[in-house]
Design a protein around this ligand. Structure first.
Ligand SMILES: *Cc1c(COP(=O)(O)O)cnc(C)c1O
Length: 434
């Protein structure tokens, strides 16, 4: 045995991690060591010391059907041992074709073409590039994008430009495409939002409007009604501005319907899907388009094609996981889970929303967000957030508050008992942590 191997045997996962690994959204100088997780089952995870955690946020909103899901694992194993990967340039395969057929069945009826990539950010990059190149191909000068304040669309450059949470993007300000922000049409801001859009739409140089439909996840599960979004989309349509529904977070049941767009009467021109797409197992994303957008690239001139691709585009194994996930989502039991969690959330909301330390509680589908009353504006990764986060971790619950907002977005298969445990700890945190 070498010295390294001997050291590795005595050190914890967290200590070995600290030697060479760099974590997302982490200031390593001040952050605690990460928790070393060794196993997951349904809504539970276990760390290297045997401590149990309830995954109350579905591991960043990706895992609807439970950790280490056997049904998905079997489908992935069958695919890995049949055809694990093949290039998608000039080739195709059954899992990708079948997935396109199944998705088209449940997507808004105007969505006709699917483009694969690797994650939520790339799904957004593709959507923005398609909007810009559509007009480039037509010889029309539309180079700007419209997005909501406090939006989050990912961390690559175009996605970052569209994102409005400033400390995520501050260092790159000079290098981003031009994006104009409008207010989110939350209660009391609807007119302001519509008026801002009316002014921009008249300007004629915008290619697209990108939005998180009904729920802005990273902003702290900020929610708004379908009706003003219908009006914004209609305004865009009238003025040649393509609409991009970023359903990376909201897709596949989170809002109680397959997609948040199912609450709308207007349909977006493009949709971005990832996160729960593969049941939280393998990274993959899809951007979906109307026929009109596809036709804007369909030409005898090769230069009008979409020159975008990723090495692992439409990886068959990821497609097999997505197909298994879709099958699970559509089972009556799983649909019943969406209703059951929403009912639990609604009951908890009623017990807690009048608490003197609670400003407001929002519920949509399986998402519950509780905003604490604070004297000062709490920063995203500030002190209150850290005290809450540590309290929940100590109590065996994975919740990542955003500033003064505590949210729950559990795997759909979570039991009523585990949900009750989460609510109890949230109520306790409200009493104890200020
Ligand atoms: C998470 C998220 C993204 C980015 O997805 P990644 O897979 O992290 O790149 C984009 N848009 C929304 C709405 C998201 O929630």
């Amino acid at each position: 045995m070498t010295n390294n191997q001997a050291n590795a045997q005595n050190a914890t996962l967290a200590e070995r991690d600290a030697k060479h690994l760099w974590h997302p959204y982490t200031q390593h100088k001040t952050a605690a060591l990460p928790v070393g997780i060794v196993r997951g089952e349904d809504a539970l995870l276990w760390d290297e010391n045997g401590k149990q955690y309830i995954d109350a946020i579905a591991s960043w909103w990706v895992n609807p059907y439970g950790h280490s899901n056997k049904f998905i694992a079997d489908a992935v194993y069958r695919q890995l041992t049949t055809l694990e990967h093949v290039l998608f340039g000039g080739f195709t395969h059954e899992p990708a074709v079948q997935l396109s057929e199944k998705l088209i069945e449940i997507l808004p009826t105007n969505q006709q073409k699917l483009f694969f990539s690797d994650n939520g950010s790339t799904a957004v990059e593709v959507a923005i590039k398609v909007a810009l190149q559509y007009y480039y191909n037509k010889g029309e000068k539309r180079t700007r994008i419209i997005a909501f304040e406090d939006a989050f669309h990912g961390d690559t450059f175009a996605a970052m430009a569209a994102s409005g949470i400033s400390f995520f993007t501050e260092a790159f300000k000079g290098s981003l495409i031009e994006v104009t922000r409008i207010p989110v049409p939350v209660k009391g801001k609807k007119q302001e939002s519509l008026k801002a859009m009316q002014e921009l739409a008249a300007a004629g140089n915008y290619a697209a409007f990108i939005f998180e439909p009904l729920v802005q996840g990273a902003a702290g599960m900020v929610m708004y009604e379908p009706e003003p979004l219908n009006e914004l989309i209609a305004l865009c349509r009238k003025n040649g501005i393509f609409t991009i529904a970023d359903e990376v977070m909201t897709g596949f049941g989170k809002t109680g319907k397959n997609f948040a767009c199912n609450y709308l009467t207007e349909q977006p021109d493009m949709m971005c899907l990832s996160k729960a797409l593969t049941g939280g197992t393998i990274p993959m994303a899809i951007t979906t388009f109307t026929q009109q957008l596809f036709d804007g690239f369909y030409d005898d001139d090769v230069n009008k094609a979409l020159f975008h691709g990723h090495t692992f585009t439409a990886n068959p194994t990821a497609c097999a996981a997505a197909l298994a996930g879709l099958e699970l989502l559509q089972q009556p039991d799983m649909q019943q889970n969406l209703i059951r969690i929403n009912e639990n959330h609604t009951r908890f909301k009623a017990t807690i929303e009048h608490h003197p330390r609670v400003k407001t509680v929002r519920v949509l589908g399986v998402i519950l967000a509780l905003e604490l009353l604070t004297d000062s504006k709490e920063s995203y990764y500030g002190g209150l957030r850290n005290r809450l986060y540590n309290f929940f971790i100590d109590n065996g619950i994975i919740i990542r508050p955003v500033g003064n907002i505590i949210y729950i977005l559990p795997p759909y298969i979570i039991s009523d008992d585990l949900l009750a445990n989460i609510y109890e700890k949230v109520a306790l945190a409200i009493e104890k942590i200020v």
